[in-house]
Write a protein that binds this ligand. Sequence first.
Ligand SMILES: CC(C)(COP(=O)(O)OP(=O)(O)OC[C@H]1O[C@@H](n2cnc3c(N)ncnc32)[C@H](O)[C@@H]1OP(=O)(O)O)[C@@H](O)C(=O)NCCC(=O)NCCS
Length: 408
Amino acid sequence: MTGSGLEIRPFTRADDLEPEFALRRRAFGVIPAGDRPRWQASVQASVDAGEIFGAFDGGRLVASARYFRMRQWWHGRSMPMAGVAGVKVAPEERGRGVGRALMTELLAEIARHGYPVSTLYPSTLPIYRSLGWENAGGLYEASIPARALTALAGPDPALDGGAGAGEDAAGLRPAEIGDGPAAVEVLGRVYRELRHRGPNTRLPADTAARWLDDEDHFAYVADDGILSYRWSDGHQELRADLLAAGSAATSRAFWRILSSHASLARTIRVRLAPDDPVTWLLREPDIAVGRSEMWMLRLVDAAQAIDGRGFPANAAVAVQLELTDAARPGNSGRWTLEVGSGTGKLAPAVGTANGSALRLGARGIAALFAGVPVATLRRTGLAAGGDVTADEALDCAFCGPAYMTDYF
Ligand SMILES: CC(C)(COP(=O)(O)OP(=O)(O)OC[C@H]1O[C@@H](n2cnc3c(N)ncnc32)[C@H](O)[C@@H]1OP(=O)(O)O)[C@@H](O)C(=O)NCCC(=O)NCCS
């Protein structure tokens, strides 16, 4: 695409990547020397996949952004998700519309590839809001004194034996190079069975590069879980960027592995689902779970996104929606949203639909989809009209909060 002298297009193998690395350093800071080869390989992979776009002014790179091919899990089902990252404009070109022009083109590309949804971690909101992304979920972290994990609370003695206390985690072993496909499969299974909303998986090669194949990351796989952690701040702190366990035995085993470092590590900082069992496994109130980042969601194709999402089996809703989406006009119009038997459907409203419809823009439908309560949307001006007595049923259908543990 060209417009006002700017050419916005995917990088090709013919492009010199040095301007991209220089722009990256200028926008986000210096990459430690040890991380550079991995970073450059990751950018090269995005170039090869056609998933990194540059804005060129007379051949000079002035802005770039990329997306990662992911899947996102929504109440037991997953769909393709484009995870946008590395949005940056050369400092001297900021505030002139370059960022928005680039993101407009990237959104169109994501739509062309059929992604129903896209997410990103924003450092500023207006540019993304203007294109239909909205705050939707969180990245939750807990900091736990390592010694508090050395003796976990036992199961309720009132229950026969108690699940998982004495059992071994099935298939638990240190991860190996080549475990990427297994890790993606296991993670997907855990997110499906736990019916979580928001977490993502990456391609096997990206998963391996990020969590398994780095000698400074220590990873374990079990039949129903993945743990990956590393030292931080010398050996003061352990950081677990990935801890997903599908059963009591695997959950206890992972916390046991982390707590085995308590002789050196003072704290364990872990990214987790806000309702991770660890709060209930600690003997004392030694944990604070907090939202350290927010991520934004965009429904690129609202009907496909609703169609691909899972819903609670007993949720039942039938409401009229009036959607307005300037950047993706195919989402605009009057729709009937029906949720029942664990699935949902967004169909064009036929005939003269009676009653007032719940009015939402691209941002409102994205936040609703992620489980932000309708009362919150009404009080922020992201939803209006409709029948307020249906709000509770919508909340039960989409039930938040949504979370991710992968930061990109
Ligand atoms: C954020 C960034 C990509 C925006 O690109 P840009 O070309 O400057 O933005 P545009 O001129 O297209 O403006 C788009 C919107 O973003 C807003 N915006 C621009 N720069 C901004 C900034 N630094 N902080 C907050 N908002 C900003 C503009 O006000 C505009 O909104 P408006 O039309 O409602 O006023 C660019 O400023 C940048 O590279 N910043 C440093 C890196 C960064 O933070 N990247 C984002 C990572 S998520």
